[in-house]
Design a protein around this ligand. Structure first.
Ligand SMILES: C[S@@+](CC[C@H](N)C(=O)[O-])C[C@H]1O[C@@H](n2cnc3c(N)ncnc32)[C@H](O)[C@@H]1O
Ligand code: SF4
Length: 300
């Protein structure tokens, strides 16, 4: 497996608790990367040799502003392209947004600002607009990410990295629990492939504060704090992976069939079916199907 991008979930915490959030971001979540962990991850990324870009997201990365800034500075110093994905809660006015963003000038190649009817009560929030205006003034490339409502059949869900503009919701994480009921359904047997992630050659993975290397939110390939990233990449064998293997062989339908997981007749999309089957398999594959944060299990 050859990786070109790492997406760091700087924190699982968030200012918001969006209905569609596939990482269950929330003020009540736990798990935040330390500077020491970020430095370790960047060293691992360097040793990997193929990684070009590091994205900082979450949760809401601006919640840990000094750590975010230092992480971005470190990433840029080591020659990685850096980007940030944010809900722009901090962009109260244009003047304030310029203060928040100014230190990132010349350091990040992309600012992705999320705005839609999950994040705010208007499609393009004032905060998102202020963040975009400030980024443009500072010469930072910026785009708005927007996720459609379940009833909007027009918007196709993204595959891989979320594209600028509007895309459809993927019914995994909190979206499976809160939104799937509003979506049109299809028979379970039609979900015979994973349409959103390249499970064989993902290109980019998500890293969380516990060290999990996610090929999709909640499906781990290993722990970077226990095994080097290079070794995780070298030893990843897609067809033999206990979850990715069946998904590659026949999508969520095959995952359910392979492990004898009872299922409903219909689901909103492949992610919805996959997420429900994975929930049922968590006890069997605890090292792969975690952490609790990704499955909406609050800390005791
Ligand atoms: C998880 S958020 C983290 C960064 C930041 N808090 C934000 O909202 O931009 C990253 C992006 O994932 C998108 N996202 C979250 N859950 C999703 C889902 N179920 N389907 C599609 N996109 C989703 C969000 O809308 C956001 O653009
Ligand atoms: S989508 Fe972003 S803003 Fe919304 S809860 Fe998740 S992490 Fe927070």
């Amino acid at each position: 497996m050859r990786l070109t991008g790492l997406h760091l979930l700087l924190t699982y915490q968030c200012t918001f608790e969006c209905d569609h959030c596939f990482v269950w971001g929330s003020p009540w979540q736990s798990g935040t990367m330390t500077l020491e962990q970020i430095r370790y991850i960047l060293r691992e990324a360097e040793e990997c040799g193929s990684i070009e870009s590091i994205y900082f997201e979450g949760g809401e990365p601006f919640l840990y502003y000094p750590v975010l800034l230092k992480g971005v500075q470190e990433a840029a110093r080591r020659g990685f392209g850096a980007g940030i994905v944010s809900n722009a809660y901090w962009a109260t006015t244009l003047e304030d947004a310029l203060e928040w963003l100014g230190p990132f000038q010349g350091l990040i190649q992309d600012l992705s600002v999320s705005s839609d009817l999950y994040h705010y009560d208007e499609t393009l929030s004032k905060q998102a607009q202020n963040a975009c205006d400030a980024a443009e003034e500072l010469g930072i490339a910026v785009s708005v990410l927007s996720i459609a409502q379940p009833e909007d059949g027009e918007a196709a869900a993204a595959s891989g990295v979320l594209p600028p503009g509007e895309s459809g919701v993927m019914y995994r994480g909190r979206a499976a629990a809160t939104l799937a009921a509003r979506a049109p359904k299809r028979p379970w047997s039609t979900f015979t492939e994973c349409p959103h992630e390249d499970l064989r050659e993902p290109g980019r993975v998500h890293l969380d504060p516990l060290g999990n290397v996610h090929i999709c939110q909640g499906i781990s390939l290993g722990n970077i704090f226990q095994t080097s990233l290079g070794e995780i990449c070298e030893t990843y064998s897609p067809d033999l992976h206990r979850i990715a293997g069946p998904l590659l062989a026949g999508g969520p339908s095959e995952l359910a069939r392979r492990y004898g997981v009872p299922h409903e007749d219909t689901y909103a999309d492949a992610c919805h079916f996959c997420y429900e089957v994975r929930l049922a398999l968590r006890e069997r594959f605890p090292a792969i199907l975690g952490p609790d944060q990704m499955y909406g299990v609050p800390e005791e």
